[in-house]
Structures are given as structure tokens and as C-alpha cells.
Design a protein around this ligand. Structure first.
Ligand SMILES: Nc1ncnc2c1ncn2[C@@H]1O[C@H](COP(=O)(O)OP(=O)(O)OP(=O)(O)O)[C@@H](O)[C@H]1O
Length: 215
């Protein structure tokens, strides 16, 4: 597969004991949902993909992204974006300065400001550059966190239970926005969740780790 994310014969063990095995392709604009009991290794798999596997673990197999084998690449070269449930904005920085953290280096100050303005506009927050994150609603904060991640121009999006702290109404709204933006960029999405509605909203395949079943 040239485009998208591909996990090939990935096995992860901890202290010599096998934790998980998976082989799966997630094409551009497609989604794969990982479910399964707590402790089965879902977040650990995401850490392997981002290149941040803790030292206690050993992994075999390869990760391909848009035709590149990124298994040995340093984390900042992988072009994998990740959103966590506790993805907080830096409280001491304005919304615009938070977004600037996502931007790749380079470009003039005017170009960087234009990219930030465009990102805010994309999620209905035009003119929010100078706002203090403490004055934003939960949904607005989630939008800024999403755009901070997307400004780094990732080639794949990983989601580690990013909606689980939001109440039901907000959860549906933020979830829709995340999948919408990912589809607009034709990104492959790999989501970890315990929530059946999240899985349904993502569409695509569901892999239940630890249960050897796939739907
Ligand atoms: N940094 C770490 N160092 C050592 N062991 C860890 C580390 N992080 C997690 N573990 C252990 O590795 C195993 C897999 O954890 P992981 O967080 O990947 O599971 P999970 O399936 O994502 O669970 P949950 O659904 O509860 O988030 C667990 O036994 C956990 O205790």
C-alpha cells in the first residue's frame, strides 16, 4: 500500500511476555478502531507508532506511512499526529501562541500568522488568536488542540480516547469535527476507544485486541 498507514507483523512484548500482535492497513481517509480490555496494550501500540515506546517494551515488525518505513525514524520525523484525552492547551499562552507550537519551522511571521488565522477559521474560531485558553469552552479548546496538531501537517492521525472526558453532546460534536477534518485531508486515522459510539462514528474496521476477533 503506497498511501496510508500500514502495520506489518507488529508484535510487542513486555518483560519477555507477549502483549499484542497486529497486522493491518489503514488507507488514506480510512479509519481503524482499536478496542479491547484495559491493559491489553492499545496505548502502547500507539507509542510504538509514534516512536515513543517505553524502555520496558520490545517490538518487532514494521510501520509504513505513505510508502516510507518509519519504524526506526526519530519521532519528529514520522509525521504522525496524536490526540490524547488530556490534550491540554498551554494555559500561559494565547490561543494563537498555542497554535504556533504546531506549525512547522520556517516561513515569515506574516505567513505563520496567516496559517494560524486559516486554522482558526477552519473550525469556526476566527479572530480567537489573542484569547486566553481559560476563557474557552471545552469544545473550543478541543478545536484548538485539533488544529494545533493538524498544523504540523501529519500524514496520519492517532486518537487515544480523545473524547472520553467530554459530555455526551460535546463528545458527538468534537468527534464529528475530528473525523471531518481528517477526511478532508485524506488522513488515515487509528483510534483507541472503549466507546461503541466512537467506533461507529469512525466507520471502517474495528480490531478488538486481546480477543482475536475482527469485524
Ligand atoms: N510506561 C510504561 N512502562 C511500563 N509498563 C507500562 C507503561 N505504560 C503502560 N504499561 C503497562 O503495559 C500494559 C499495556 O498498557 P496500555 O496502556 O498500552 O494498555 P491499554 O490497552 O491502552 O489500556 P487502557 O484501555 O486502560 O488505556 C499494561 O500492563 C500497563 O500497565
Amino acid at each position: 500500500m503506497d498511501r496510508g498507514l500500514s502495520l506489518r507483523d507488529v508484535t510487542i512484548s513486555k518483560g519477555g511476555a507477549p502483549l499484542l500482535s497486529i497486522s493491518h492497513d489503514v488507507g488514506s481517509g480510512e479509519a481503524l478502531t482499536l478496542m479491547g480490555p484495559s491493559g491489553v496494550g492499545k496505548s502502547t501500540l500507539l507509542a510504538f507508532i509514534t516512536g515513543t515506546l517505553p524502555a520496558d517494551f520490545r517490538a518487532k515488525g514494521t510501520v509504513w506511512l505513505d510508502g516510507r518505513d518509519i519504524t526506526q525514524a526519530p519521532p519528529h520525523r514520522r509525521r504522525v499526529g496524536i490526540l490524547f484525552q488530556d490534550d491540554l492547551l498551554f494555559p500561559h499562552l494565547s490561543v494563537g501562541a498555542n497554535l504556533a507550537f504546531g506549525l512547522k519551522p520556517g516561513g515569515t511571521a506574516a505567513e505563520r500568522s496567516a496559517k494560524i488565522a486559516e486554522a482558526l477559521d477552519e473550525v469556526g474560531l476566527s479572530g480567537f488568536e489573542n484569547r486566553d485558553p481559560a476563557t474557552l469552552s471545552g469544545g473550543q479548546k478541543a478545536r484548538v488542540a485539533l488544529m494545533r496538531m493538524l498544523l504540523s501537517e501529519p500524514c496520519a492521525l492517532l486518537l487515544d480516547e480523545p473524547f472520553s472526558r467530554l459530555d455526551a453532546a460535546l463528545r458527538a460534536q468534537v468527534r464529528e469535527m475530528v473525523f471531518d477534518r481528517a477526511r478532508a485531508r485524506q488522513l488515515p486515522v487509528l483510534m483507541v476507544t472503549h466507546d461503541a459510539e466512537d467506533a461507529q462514528a469512525a466507520g471502517g474496521h474495528v480490531v478488538t485486541l486481546g480477543a482475536q476477533t475482527e469485524t
